[in-house]
Design a binder for this molecule. Sequence first.
Ligand SMILES: C[S@@+](CC[C@H](N)C(=O)[O-])C[C@H]1O[C@@H](n2cnc3c(N)ncnc32)[C@H](O)[C@@H]1O
Length: 545
Amino acid sequence: MKEKTPPYNFLQDEEGPRSMTGSCAVCKAQATQCCSGCHSVFYCCRDHQKQHWKIHKSQCTPYKLSISPELGYYLVAARDIRQGEVILRETPIIIGPKVVSLPLCLGCGRRLRVSENDDTYMCSGCGWPLCGPQCETCPEHVPECNLMKERGYRASIKLQGDGKKEASYCSIAPLRCLLLKKHDPAKYETILKLQSHLDERRDTSLYNIFKNNIVGFIQNALGLTEFSDETILRITAILDTNAFEIRRSEGDIKIRGLFPKAAMMSHDCKANTKHVFSGSKFDVEVITTVPIKKGEIISVTYTQTLWGTLARRAHLKQSKCFDCTCLRCSDPTELGTYLGAINCSLCKNKGKDSKIVSASPLDPSATWKCEDCGHSIPGRQISWGNDAIRQEITMLDKTKPESLENFLGKYKDALHPNNWHVLEVKYALSQMYGNMKGYLLSELSDALVERKINLCTELLEIADVLDPGASRLRGLLLYDLQAAMVVQAKRDLENEKITKSAAQDILAECMTLLQQSTEILKTEEDMKKLLEEKLVSLTKDLEFQ
Ligand SMILES: C[S@@+](CC[C@H](N)C(=O)[O-])C[C@H]1O[C@@H](n2cnc3c(N)ncnc32)[C@H](O)[C@@H]1O
């Protein structure tokens, strides 16, 4: 742990963060007692604490900042927290494009569609692509645009086409951080206090590329020589360690943002919070997905929940510079889900279904062994196999469910039914059936409606373990499951396969699933309207039956 000062002054104390004294929130006298809930405010005496409670009640946070040698700073629950509570709201200190990004507007962050004759609007001030003149004055874009104009720099970005990612955006977010030094020094200082892992990143090939491109652009093209290579690379590393990916389907937005308080949450491969972004400023809301007991760590996932341990740990090591040792990573069975498992061919030949899992999951090179016969496979071979299958999945024709079904057929014997590659394809199929052109629910054969129901049910069983409670994954799966069940029940009633009362029971069950899904997804801006409409139509169905 290098950074001793917390990046965000949770103690709101003029004497400096994490000091155990502060000034009384009422009379400003030197004070040693603090709010036992959030540890954020100081009082010189009990009377002043009581007096201040009226104000502090609404500001007292349900979390507090803690520190350990393993995690660095992290958040713990300061009291018991209910499932679904919004525990933190924060406006980003900066937002900007990801390191490699699809063409987007530097003003509003929306994705830009690039036509064949590339008539993308370019900012009249600096030449970067924007939606149109209305985005030239977006507050996010103005400081960098003014600087570029002042330095006589004009971008000449040749967008490579729709859906093609651009590396030229990599300097924008670091530049926005650096510009805060002049425009908002307090925010700049806050950014510099965040963890960077720069020493671990320094000689990686990525950082050598950043050194040429980002440092080169900022110092040479823009002439910002007051910032050293070290500072520019540190800021880049701080963004890589701390930024949240901001995704919003509305406007097709995929950017990144720095939220210094939310960034204090540590990672867990089975996290107890989710986060959503809202409004034009992309404010984050951190919401608990399960109840959290006082003293428990408040966690978020920095990686993909439905990846296997080898892939998650490699991703965390490369992007966040740490070795995850959470309960899920330490368990060869991944909490009984067998997400990494392959089938044992020797046992299969004898008519037995046995699973091969890592003998030591925290060691990426460890041998993998059959739980029954002990048949072993070198870890290296498992990693190669994973890479090859991932490659194969990226090449699948995602417009045709048959190509995905063929993949599942091909690996039926080799991979466990819950293996993460299998789950990825099953999830894609669960989305295609019922939602894709040519495969809308009303157009699906009875067999495919049944298939969708089975896929959603299987995936929900995994989500219940790895991403339980009010997670977005569970919300989406519950929604899709009930939609398919409604169609099946109506068809079965029409074809006299079930009685009216059985159909009513199924529709009532669907209503419960839809209510659960609505409760989970009501915080997601893009889902709210759809869910409200669906609830009204299902209520009508129930009344009609
Ligand atoms: C976004 S920051 C979180 C705040 C950070 N702990 C600090 O002290 O500033 C991410 C970094 O926290 C540490 N971290 C988070 N979760 C961890 C975990 N489960 N195990 C080990 N280190 C973790 C890693 O160093 C990681 O790169």
